[in-house]
Design a protein around this ligand. Structure first.
Ligand code: NDP
Ligand code: BG6
Length: 492
């Protein structure tokens, strides 16, 4: 029988791990359930552990929500017909990938004319380079099929290590085969930043230093890092979320309009913006580390400080909170501070972009200096996506009083039946569709590390120490002096 048709192999390396169990497999199931996976898609889990499809399924199922019996039946079919587990042999890494290749040839390439291969690296970053090499030498697709690699952050830990990894990867695979995943780029509100800015005529004329006083990216999580110390203690909050997720949000807010929405044009504009960003300096950084809050009855975890985690040393100086102020030296933004505040173990879960507009004296000013409440545009990333505009209005009634209120577009109210897809769903589909617009390009990554690396090295050398804050705090009060230095009273 002549092989016909195309199959798509999703090869999950390290499928026994946390990411595969909690994110990748549940997302693949969701795409399958919505009939969004390309035809003839098959998952091949590849790892060293002694597993079976049934034991893998047991690990994944707690992270999946099956709504009814029909879904249950489809879920059974997904596991029975579309997932297999292959244990890496005991040979060298080249032998392991050669035997994976043989299996693909025997099982799939005899049947299908072309078998695309998507290798998902759900592996510790220190093995990325050796695994990429073994794939290149033993397991790439042929006969016109494609090979793509999906890599998860962290992409290095500073400019040098990231550049080394990029150099090793680019010697093996071309840029259009490498998908560096920053899942924030798949979130609904980040997807909305460019349309909101450029499909409307309202804000773009104001979107610059003449009208905007400052921009803030705020990230608060109400839980700590308990149990993740093994990873987090080496990285800290700046490497964990600021240099990647939050910087991506900032770049989308600040970049110029791309000439098209192609991956090339959008990412060219992002890189142009990043190149205008000044390297962060020590004076523009304040760090914090949370301590246990014995008075709070909120939840058990809040009694423990960062260093109470058994996987963290008692003397750790790793920051769980950072306030950083970035500057963009271009005509649009010169003089406008970009503030990123990010903290674990805070009072709330709240991730927002906030644009603070300047105030000028006017007919309704409360004093001659025009020191009125600021108009603030808020794009809430999560929870519960929303766009909110703080404005001044006439209070309804006979008096001519002003009041401050919010014009709001709350997604859950406005778009009741909308399917707000999970970031991983969108990004996995992008990979099948060969769309790299939501993935991080090598030069973009290099610029992102260039901005943060000198300060990260100073932090690593103990030159910037974290202040303590209690679990459940709303802010780090030691950051106020820096905000005052920039006249950012509205952020206090
Ligand atoms: P794990 O530490 O759980 O590792 C995943 C799997 O990799 C393990 O189950 C193990 O499988 C395999 N593995 C471990 N060491 C080696 C090795 N030396 N050689 C080959 N295989 C090895 O990691 P996660 O699943 O948590 O994360 C995977 C990647 O995703 C990491 O790069 C992480 O930084 C990134 N990431 C994870 C997130 C998460 O939520 N977990 C979030 C964002 C990024 P076995 O022993 O069976 O071979
Ligand atoms: C991860 C970080 O990349 O992003 C975590 O390692 C963080 O520390 C997480 O909690 C936040 O992602 P989300 O999608 O839960 O907001």
């Amino acid at each position: 029988m002549n092989p016909t048709g195309i199959c798509n192999l999703i090869i999950i390396l390290g499928i026994s791990g946390d990411l595969a169990r909690k994110k990748i497999m549940p997302t693949l199931w969701t795409l399958y359930n919505k009939d969004l996976l390309p035809n003839n898609s098959h998952v091949i889990g590849f790892a060293r552990s002694n597993l079976t499809v049934a034991s893998l399924r047991d690990k994944v199922t707690p992270h999946v929500n099956l709504k009814n019996e029909a879904e249950q039946v489809k879920y059974d079919r997904f596991w029975m017909k579309h997932v297999e587990y292959v244990r890496t042999g005991s040979g060298t890494i080249d032998e392991q990938y050669a035997s994976l290749n043989q299996l693909i040839k025997d099982k799939y390439e005899l049947k299908f004319a072309r078998c695309n291969r998507l290798f998902y690296f759900a592996l510790p970053p220190h093995v990325y380079s050796d695994v990429a090499k073994a794939i290149k030498h033993n397991a790439i697709a042929h006969k016109g099929a494609w090979t793509r690699l999906v890599l998860e952050k962290p992409f290095g830990s500073d400019l040098e290590s990231s550049n080394n990894l990029s150099t090793q990867l680019s010697a093996l695979f071309s840029e259009d085969q490498i998908y560096r995943m920053d899942h924030y780029l798949g979130k609904e509100m980040l997807q909305n930043i460019l349309p909101f800015r450029f499909a409307n005529q309202v804000y773009e004329p104001l979107w610059n230093r003449k009208s905007i006083e400052s921009v803030e990216i705020l990230f608060k999580e109400s839980f700590g890092t308990y149990g993740r110390g093994g990873y987090f203690d080496k990285f800290g909050i700046i490497r964990d979320v600021v240099q990647n997720h939050l910087l991506q949000a900032l770049v989308l807010v600040a970049m110029d309009e791309p000439s098209t929405l192609s991956a090339q044009d959008v990412r060219n504009q992002k890189v142009k913006l990043l190149k205008s960003m000044r390297t962060l300096v020590k004076d523009d950084v304040v760090l914090g580390q949370y301590v246990g809050n014995l008075r709070s009855a909120k939840h058990e975890e809040s009694r423990f400080g960062y260093v109470d985690d058994p996987t963290v040393s008692n003397s750790s100086q790793t920051a769980t909170y950072s306030l950083t102020i970035l500057h963009i030296d271009n005509d649009r933004w010169r003089g406008v501070p970009f503030v990123i505040r990010a903290g674990k173990a805070m009072d709330l879960n709240q991730i927002e972009i906030r644009i603070y507009f300047k105030t000028y004296p006017n007919l309704y000013s409360s004093n001659d200096n025009g020191e009125d409440p600021q108009n603030i545009l808020i794009m809430r990333i999560q929870p519960n996506e929303a766009i909110l505009q703080r404005m001044r209005f006439k209070r309804p009634g006979i008096e001519n009083e002003l009041l401050e209120s919010t014009m709001s577009l709350i997604y859950s109210d406005k778009f009741k039946n909308a399917d707000i897809v999970d970031a991983y769903e969108r990004l996995l589909l992008d990979i099948f569709q060969n769309s790299q617009v939501n993935f991080v390009r090598t030069d973009e990554l290099e610029e992102a590390w260039r901005v943060f690396t000198p300060v990260l090295h100073q932090i690593d050398a103990g030159e910037i120490k974290p202040y303590h804050y209690e679990f459940g705090s709303s802010t780090l009060k030691e950051g106020d002096a820096l905000l005052i230095k920039y006249g950012l009273i509205g952020l206090i």
